[in-house]
Design a protein around this ligand. Structure first.
Ligand code: H79
Length: 690
């Protein structure tokens, strides 16, 4: 399932167009069914684990970050230092990590409380740490001559750690991989290179990794180059799942990852979890699985000069922070060329392990905090039969020793320390808050965990959220009011009044028929327990249809060339060619660098309605309907989808899309749907005579 399907019902960028018609009839409401999706049980073990070890190991460990006197390199050394392929290949006969001991690596991960490890079967340099029948550019052709993945996957099976693999799509070694680095084009000609043949090689290697080593996760990367496309991502994802239906695949298999933030921004995207890199999102994303990957120092691959190590305190608190937001933490080690982990990494794994030994229960199998920010630390939660346990991770003891949980509606059981002899702590209720009294001395300087037992699932007094696909509508609009706590009731009004105990209770999505302000508030046991939230929805007049004459099938597209950082004014001229095409999409010839396209024609609205347009592009693009900008997706960026809405009367409307690409990946796709419908490509386009 795509990451975004569950976010579809979120507030959208709304293009308010057409005359807003103030409706005089009173607001009316009718029932509609809400669609819910079960979360995929395939991910259960991974969600339970919450913490994993990333291992970046390969030939780059031999130079250890140093080349010609410069010491700042890591696993990107071949690209960053412009090392010619023939010179880089000289690291292969020097790879002989005689101290490698798979059992020891797995034991270090296990003792740190990690449930899985992800090792580079192949990084961007193309070199494989496994026995591949597809190439000699692998570990079997080194003096070491041992299959690292085979030894590690076997040790994982014995050591209680799930084995997983990272496999780079980008490949700086395979002769068929494209594009070439600009700096090596002269000495490594791209003549005769055939990317389709590379894709076959990639599929063959990925099949080897899956069938020989049974990874729990396949973690792709290097998907951002212009040769990789959404279609290729879908194919690769399907290959993985066909070889092992239970396999978990990250979202970098597709092109929609949305930069280092890591969350796919298209409902088309395949991949099972988001991949923020070197960052922790400000909040979780409900219903979306994600994993933050992070280095312990500044590099993924081993760099002997990198002393920028994070403290054990930072690493443990990062783990807690991530888990309190519903994510996983994948912490990296870059082993040395002798086969051992750097001493600093071992010391940190031991330090984390010491905390996890006492407190692992507050991490493993827990889910996101039901509270908004807590000033003293973080919270994680676990169901426990009919009851729940809140794990309160105290980073900073409040000066008065009062640990306050704001607005907690449950019956309380007991509070106490998680670690050590589990001593009880005094807990009391103060109005809707719960207060636990802490002693003067805290047991753990990194994070002291207090457990609080409560009856049922957490009921936290937070304001509800009003969500709809659009703020404007033509036909009845479905509006949801959501609360994070199942134990709360929501009451709402449509007449501008603050909801009270007599206001209607929200049970299912509202269907608004006229312009209304929805006011909503949470109640518990008959009493209001949150602030009131309000959201205005407007019934609008749709834009009248155009009357184009002499229409022909297809849209007109003009091609331009130029080096831009944002959309230029194409009307200024400089067209290189013009033709009529069936769809607003790129053809292979459009994917070059420094190109621009401008499409124009007519689109046929099948009925009076508000239409959602989803415009996805790399780099920038913009959509106008009847001369009004509906989606602005401008700027230099990877594949990003943006949406907008517009109210259209049945009939023909002018459509214009402009797009440009500077370097790297090139994507353009436009889909649309009436409100509540499923996005589909815009078809049956027409254009008028010149
Ligand atoms: O394997 C480690 C790194 O070697 C690899 N990912 C981690 C897990 C990595 N490759 N590149 N980078 C990290 C940084 C690259 C960022 C960019 Fe982009 C690629 C900037 C532009 C293209 C990602 C895609 C951010 C924007 C688009």
């Amino acid at each position: 399932m795509s990451l975004d399907a569950r976010r579809w019902f979120a507030p959208l960028v709304v293009a308010l167009v057409g005359g807003a018609s103030a409706c005089s009839s009173p607001p009316s409401v009718q029932a509609q069914e809400a669609a819910t999706e079960p979360r995929d049980a395939r991910l259960d073990w991974w969600r339970e684990a919450r913490f994993g070890l990333f291992i970046h190991w390969g030939l780059y460990a031999v130079p250890a970050g140093e080349w010609q006197g410069e010491t700042g390199y890591g696993e990107w050394i071949r690209e960053s230092a412009h090392i010619p392929v023939g010179e880089y290949e000289q690291f292969q006969p020097r790879f002989d990590p005689l101290r490698f001991d798979a059992e020891q690596w797995v034991a270090l991960a296990h003792e740190a409380g990690m449930g899985y490890l992800v090792i580079t079967s192949k990084h961007h340099d193309g070199f494989g740490l496994f026995d591949s029948a597809q190439t000699d550019w692998d570990v079997m052709n080194t003096p070491f001559h041992r299959d690292v993945l085979a030894e590690l996957s076997a040790a994982c099976a014995r050591g209680g750690v799930r084995f997983c693999a990272y496999h780079s799509i980008m490949d700086w070694h395979h002769p068929d991989y494209l594009p070439r680095r600009a700096w090596e084009a002269a000495e490594r000609s791209a003549d005769g290179a055939d990317f389709e043949r590379f894709v076959k090689y990639l599929h063959a290697q990925v099949s080897e990794v899956i069938t020989k080593y049974s990874p729990g996760v396949l973690w792709f990367d290097g998907e951002w180059e212009n040769t990789w496309t959404h279609e290729r991502g879908v194919e690769l994802y399907k290959l993985c799942r066909s070889l092992d239906p239970a396999l978990i695949v990250n979202n970098r298999v597709d092109v929609h990852r949305g930069g280092m933030g890591g969350f796919s921004d298209s409902s088309e995207a395949v991949g099972d979890f988001g991949t923020p890199e070197q960052e922790i999102p400000a909040t979780g994303l409900s219903g979306t699985d994600w994993e933050t990957c992070m280095t312990m120092n500044g590099n993924w691959g081993y760099n002997s000069h990198d002393t920028n190590w994070k403290s054990v305190e930072t690493l443990v608190r990062n783990l807690i922070d991530v888990v309190s937001k519903g994510g996983n933490y994948l912490l990296n080690v870059g082993p040395k060329a002798d086969g051992t982990f750097p001493d600093e990494a071992v010391a940190r794994l031991h330090g984390i392990g010491a905390w996890m030994k006492e407190n692992g229960e507050a991490i493993h199998g827990t889910s996101a905090s039901p509270f908004e920010q807590l000033p003293w630390g973080r919270c994680t939660v676990k169901r426990n039969g009919a009851n729940s346990t809140l794990y309160l991770h105290v980073f900073e003891r409040p000066a008065d020793g009062r640990l306050v949980l704001p607005g907690l509606g449950n019956e309380l059981l007991s509070a106490g320390w998680l670690a050590g002899p589990r001593l009880l702590l005094p807990v009391k209720r103060e109005g809707t808050d719960v207060v636990i009294q802490l002693p003067a001395a805290m047991p753990d300087p990194i994070a002291s965990v207090v457990t609080l037992g409560i009856q049922g699932e957490p009921i936290v007094y937070r304001a509800p959220e009003i969500v709809a696909e659009s703020d404007i509508f033509v036909r009845p609009l479905s509006v949801k009011i959501e609360t994070k706590s199942p134990g709360l009731e929501i009451r709402y009004t449509l007449d501008g009044q603050e909801p009270d105990a007599r206001s209607p209770r929200y049970e299912r999505p509202l269907a608004l028929e006229s312009s209304s302000v929805v006011n909503a508030r949470a109640f518990h046991e008959g009493k209001p327990v949150s602030a009131t939230v309000a959201h205005a929805f407007e019934r609008v007049e749709p834009l009248p249809p155009r009357k184009p004459n002499g229409v022909e099938p297809g849209v007109r597209v003009r091609r331009y060339s130029g080096e831009w950082a944002s959309l230029p004014d194409f009307s200024a001229g400089g067209t290189t060619s013009t033709e009529v095409v069936p769809e607003i999409a790129l053809r292979p010839a459009d994917r070059g660098e420094n190109t621009g396209l401008s499409f124009d024609g007519h689109v046929l609205a099948p009925r009076d309605d508000v239409y959602v347009f989803a415009l996805s592009s790399d780099d920038g693009s913009q959509l106008a309907i009847d001369g009004l900008i509906v989606v602005d997706n401008d700027g230099l960026h990877g594949t990003v989808e943006k949406r907008g809405t517009v109210a259209l009367a049945m009939g023909a409307h002018d459509i214009a899309v402009v797009w440009f690409n500077r370097t790297g990946g090139a994507e353009l796709s436009l889909r649309w749907a009436p409100l509540g419908g499923e996005l589909a490509p815009v078809r049956e386009l027409t254009h008028s005579e010149w």
